[in-house]
Design a protein around this ligand. Structure first.
Ligand code: 3PG
Length: 311
């Protein structure tokens, strides 16, 4: 019986590793596709507030249809759940729109190099707002992260302040989002997939009035006509692809968060950025100077050192 028991455990372990491996591979692949279509859309139609809103709208619609048709079970939520979700949704909305504004101003690779500095923000926020302290190696690992990001920013050929600040604001907002959502998901009453669905819906409600105020239907209509006349009817597919893939990669990442520690999650997220940085440089033929690439490599290496130090 003992032998059967052990082999069953081993089988469960292999099955879980395989499942997490599939989640990670899907998360990175979906994210690369999102980033490419998002940038293609922003190049032709530079309205990041609208594209951010459409991403949330597509996800909300897909999940409402899934719940209505019972493809997915709707979550059982109460007022307390939505109250706890509110700060997560505010942070998610700010982080999402700030990253998209950044990508509308600079190369996708640059936004993600700055976003690879997120662990430095996590440590600073935990230290300053939550009073958490960390062992010395964690603080030391921030030096290559901050230094690498700074070097990459200083040597970026197409540096733009709004693009840089957007990525920085996104880092800060996502650190708060992760802190709040870890608290909210701890009860485990709602699965990762449904948690992210509710998050999208609430963020959509928050973002829509701001998107209308900042950009607005008139500029959207004029921009849309121009984009269609330049790109042709395919442009509609690009917009749909960026919206649907945005939801899918986030959904998969929240599904994997159900099964892994936040630390494993952040390592996965950094590896995701490497694939986005490399693929977007190739696809958009982004000019990169060696010193600029060195800065990016140091920043990413720093994130790995950080994850080791935290372990
Ligand atoms: C967004 O638009 O929300 C950002 O591209 C998300 O960035 P991240 O999920 O890679 O942190």
């Amino acid at each position: 019986v003992g032998v059967i028991h052990i082999s069953e455990e081993a089988r469960d372990d292999v099955a879980q590793k395989l499942r997490i491996g599939i989640y990670f591979a899907a998360w990175w692949a979906l994210n690369v596709v999102f980033n490419i279509y998002n940038k293609k859309v922003l190049n032709a139609f530079p309205f990041p507030w609208l594209t951010s809103t459409l991403s949330l709208a597509a996800g909300s619609l897909m999940m409402l249809v899934s719940w209505g048709s019972r493809v997915a079970d709707p979550p059982k939520t109460d007022l307390d759940f939505w109250k706890a979700l509110a700060p997560v949704a505010v942070a998610h909305t700010i982080g999402h729109v700030a990253a998209t504004v950044s990508m509308s101003k600079v190369a996708v690779s640059f936004t993600h190099i700055i976003k690879s500095g997120e662990p430095a923000f996590a440590v600073l926020v935990s230290r300053l707002f939550l009073g958490e302290t960390f062992p010395l190696p964690v603080y030391l690992s921030l030096m290559p992260i901050i230094g690498g990001c700074a070097l990459a920013a200083l040597t970026e050929l197409n540096f733009n302040m709004a693009g840089f600040m957007g990525a920085m604001i996104s880092n800060l907002a996502f650190v708060f989002r992760n802190i709040f959502s870890k608290k909210g998901m701890n009860g485990k009453s709602v699965s990762g997939m449904n948690y992210y669905a509710c998050l999208s819906m609430m963020s959509l409600l928050i973002l829509t009035p701001f998107a209308v105020a900042v950009e607005g239907p008139q500029v959207w209509a004029a921009g849309w006509q121009k984009a269609i006349s330049q790109i042709g009817p395919n442009f509609v597919w690009w917009v749909m692809a960026q919206s649907v893939f945005y939801h899918l990669y986030n959904q998969v990442s929240y599904m994997s968060l159900d099964e892994i520690s936040p630390l494993t999650f952040s390592i996965g997220n950094t590896m995701k950025r490497i694939s986005v940085i490399i693929s977007s440089i190739i696809i958009f033929r982004t000019p990169v100077q060696p010193i600029n690439g060195l800065g990016a490599a140091i920043a990413v290496l720093g994130t790995f050192l950080y994850s080791q130090a935290k372990q």
